[in-house]
Design a protein around this ligand. Structure first.
Ligand code: SAM
Length: 249
């Protein structure tokens, strides 16, 4: 399968930085509230490693497994880890995806942020089932749900921009319905100098959408409860085993 991030990896970390500003403290809050106190934390689709940084700051001494299928994104991730002695010691990177990753038992938390829509429904259901099987008692799976929740057109919008040196970087997103439960995102990234485009990259990828109730039902079928956490605008959801050892989450 082709990697939609192969051509956009240059832009991803700087384009997602703004989204992580409110997400980072909210994720830290969730993680420190998780009742399970032992086991590794898994970051599924770790991308450039912004989530890994938050996990390590929130949970000192906890080992982290960062699962990332894109070789281009892993290059950014490894650069972030290598430059920080603490991250370098605690974070192990796996070149795999949700389906191929060999889950350890007794996982304290699984973080799967900004990636749920990449999973076709059978893989999404497999994620719930695997989390239910491998979470430690009181452990939690953390995801975020973002609109649209049904196949619909998303008009082209500038989603992020950044300036580094003399260059400006911007990312534009639009989407069109492409199935009964999916949309196709069209992402365009540009580097500009004094307003004139220097380079650009555009990518398309499929993104599976579902109403929240459908996700909650799927999770319940796997034995997981599905609860909101933090500022509603962030769309954070915490999944824990139903009847699990009275977890905080
Ligand atoms: C939008 S990025 C988000 C990265 C990171 N979680 C963040 O929030 O900064 C989505 C990531 O999910 C990864 N991904 C795509 N399909 C995946 C799968 N089936 N299993 C695990 N990761 C996947 C991509 O390679 C990409 O790095």
């Amino acid at each position: 399968m082709s990697d939609p991030y192969e051509r956009s990896a240059e832009y991803l970390d700087i384009m997602i930085a703004d989204a992580w500003r409110p997400l980072a403290p909210a994720l830290a809050d969730v993680l420190t509230g998780v009742k399970a106190k032992t086991g590794a934390v898994v970051d599924l689709g770790a991308g450039s490693g912004r989530g890994v940084r938050v996990i390590c700051d929130a949970l000192p001494r906890t080992p982290v497994l960062a699962v990332e299928p894109s070789v281009a994104m892993r290059a950014v991730l490894l650069a972030r880890l290598h430059d920080d002695p603490e991250l370098r010691r605690r974070v192990t990177v796996t070149a795999g995806d949700c389906a191929s990753f060999d889950w350890p038992d007794g996982v304290r938390a699984v973080v799967a942020l900004n990636m749920l829509g990449h999973l076709p429904p059978p893989q999404r259901r497999a994620l719930w089932a695997r989390a239910a099987r491998h979470l430690a008692p009181g452990g939690a799976l953390v995801v975020n749900v973002t609109p649209p929740f049904e196949p619909t057109t998303v008009e082209r919008v500038r989603m992020a921009h950044a300036t580094i040196g003399l260059s400006e970087y911007e990312g534009w997103a639009s989407a069109r319905p492409s199935g009964t439960d999916e949309i196709t995102w069209h992402m365009e990234y540009r580097t500009l100098r004094q307003g004139s485009p220097l380079t650009q990259a555009s990518v398309e990828y499929r993104w599976w959408v579902a109403p929240e109730e459908a996700l909650a039902t799927e999770a319940a079928e796997a034995g997981l409860s599905f609860r909101p956490a933090g500022d509603p605008d962030l769309g954070l959801r915490v999944l824990t085993r139903v009847g699990g050892n009275n977890p905080v989450y």
